[in-house]
Design a protein around this ligand. Structure first.
Ligand code: GLN
Length: 534
């Protein structure tokens, strides 16, 4: 079957959940047994997300192959239950960088290099060779940003050109607001958005309408009429308890059948056992039975929830699997720097400290970890959460006053956490951290690590420049901190544990590999311990 392309665009405003729509479409196609993978276009001129501030852009997602990509990749992987590669990420920075490099080499001698045709041809070439290389039936292409942005205009134009030669379906994810004062849903913004797209030479084949509550029939009819689309192609996408409910919701509207028909694919059947399995997992995640287990996530970027999406998702996956009624309490670490502020943590059943960079709020995190250790509250530390677990232990158990990471105090006498030797020669900031999937060796069969993973060699994704300083391994271990996993050459500590109570932290980011269908082992053990502590 020749490859088919589905282009997902967004109208009116960002934050509508295009990534969830693209992921749901992929999941549905996957349930039919098609080979499908995503491509994400991002118009920004950064090469990748690695140098962006999580406070502004949300979480930086890391792939096995070291790619630092947009957080939508987390959504794709969690839905598809498959690890993706950086070749799915096409940014303005990568494209322009590549074109300029070719121009300097003389590959366009005699020509004036232009957005059309050079850049737009380049984009189409990349998309097609991606499909070929992966032997795909479908590529789902998400165009970042909103229709009308200057930044993504050349991507949209490239897709228009692609549609002249290939089988392409355009889906516009749009917003149908409800005006509170009149209590009525409004179609006008979508009508204008549709016209804007037509002005770019694109007629969307489907509208997926984000609404609060179901879209009324009259609005659906009106939209169909103004956009010349059959009503069955105006799809409802109301706010839901969980994004994982969207595939089923789309199927209930017959979207899958109509989409496949649009590609002239009839008589295909969804593999019902796959759908049933998915539904079961989603039901488990959304049901909220039993006593709540309260997990505090103490971090530096709490104000923007998108900074910790994967941590939140990993907690939810594990809670679903264990049938735990999860209640996440988000605590900004700076707030915990005042002496009476630990009251914010009262009543919690477990503490998670996620990753982060820079000094702000670090002392508040250390206070939180000390509180958890002293009150036997289960603790899970992720990257920065491991580094600060070691610092807290050094200060308060080993009595190494003002122990710290040199990231936060370059002159500390006790540099428990120090820059990785491999980082000393690094001059460029982009793409130079210790990144991607690395194996670790679990060395203690009685550890929490081993009882979580049930094997000795495990692979997790990383993103850091600092590490536990080996000079201090002895003193930490002598005082009861266990190093239960290291790199295979034993040069880097990968997992540390308290010797009593439940406290475990890793230099890795296991949250990045947690999927609804395969929750992260450390999150499962942690939530189990938190449940027993509730
Ligand atoms: N800032 C720390 C480092 O670079 C931790 C990084 C993280 O939490 N991802 O090592």
């Amino acid at each position: 079957m020749p490859v088919k392309f589905i282009v997902v665009l967004g109208s009116i405003m960002s934050g509508l959940g295009k990534g969830v729509v693209a992921s749901s479409i992929m999941k549905i196609l996957d349930m039919y047994g098609f080979r499908v993978l995503p491509i994400k276009f991002d118009g920004y001129l950064n090469y990748d997300c690695g140098t962006m501030n999580p406070y502004r852009h949300g979480e930086v997602f890391v792939l096995d192959d070291k790619g630092e990509v947009d957080m939508d990749f987390g959504t794709y992987e969690r839905f598809l239950n498959r690890s993706l590669t950086s070749s799915s990420s096409i940014t303005g920075g990568k494209l322009f960088g590549g074109i300029i490099e070719k121009e300097r080499k003389g590959e366009y001698l005699g020509e004036d290099v232009q957005v059309i045709p050079h850049l737009t041809n380049d984009i189409q070439g990349k998309v097609k060779s991606f499909a070929e290389k992966n032997k795909l039936d479908f590529v789902v292409i998400e165009v970042g940003g909103t229709v009308g942005d200057i930044e993504n205009g050349y991507f949209i134009e490239a897709m228009r050109q692609l549609s002249l030669k290939e089988e392409v379906i355009f889906i516009d994810v749009t917003y149908v607001p409800r005006l509170k004062t009149v209590g009525e849903q409004k179609s006008k913004p979508t009508q204008s958005a549709f016209r804007a797209l037509m002005g770019m030479g694109i007629i969307p084949n489907f509208l997926i309408c984000r609404t609060d509550g179901e879209m009324s029939d009259s609005i659906k009819k009106k939209l169909a009429m103004f956009t010349s689309l059959d009503e069955s192609r105006v799809i409802n996408d109301p706010d839901m308890d969980s994004p994982y409910q969207l595939p089923q919701y789309l199927i209930d509207q017959d979207f899958d059948r109509i989409l496949l028909q649009a590609f002239n694919l009839r008589n295909k059947k969804i593999k019902s056992e796959r759908l049933e399995k998915w539904k079961k997992n989603v039901d488990k995640i959304t049901s909220k039975d039993g006593k709540a287990v309260i997990i505090a996530v103490v971090g530096k970027y709490i104000e923007l929830k998108d900074s910790y999406v994967s941590v939140k998702e990993a907690l939810m996956h594990a809670a679903g699997k264990l049938s735990i009624n999860l209640d996440i309490k988000w605590v900004e670490s700076e707030l915990l720097e005042k002496s009476d502020s630990l009251i914010l943590l009262q009543g919690i059943n477990g503490l998670v400290v996620p990753g982060g960079f820079g000094k702000r709020g670090v002392e508040g995190i250390i206070n939180a970890i000390e509180y958890a250790r002293k009150n036997s509250i289960p603790y899970l530390g992720l990257c920065l959460g491991m580094q600060l677990m070691a610092v807290e232990f050094a200060r308060n158990v080993c009595n190494l006053k003002r122990a710290n990471s040199t990231e936060f105090d370059p002159h500390t006498k006790y540099n428990i956490i120090d820059i990785l030797p491999s980082q000393l020669s690094v001059k460029q900031k982009g793409g130079t951290m210790r990144l991607g999937a690395w194996d670790m060796l679990i060395n203690d069969k009685k550890s929490i690590a081993f009882s979580s993973y049930h094997k000795k060699v495990v692979s997790e994704r990383h993103r850091h420049r600092y590490e536990l300083n080996n000079k201090f391994r002895k003193v930490l271990e002598k005082n009861g901190l266990k190093i239960t996993a290291t790199t295979k050459d034993n040069k880097l500590a990968e997992i540390i544990e308290w010797s009593s109570g439940f406290g475990i932290a890793t230099q890795a980011h296991p949250e990045l590999k947690s999927r609804i269908e395969s929750p992260a082992p450390l999150f499962l053990s942690f939530l189990n311990a938190a449940k027993n502590n509730s």
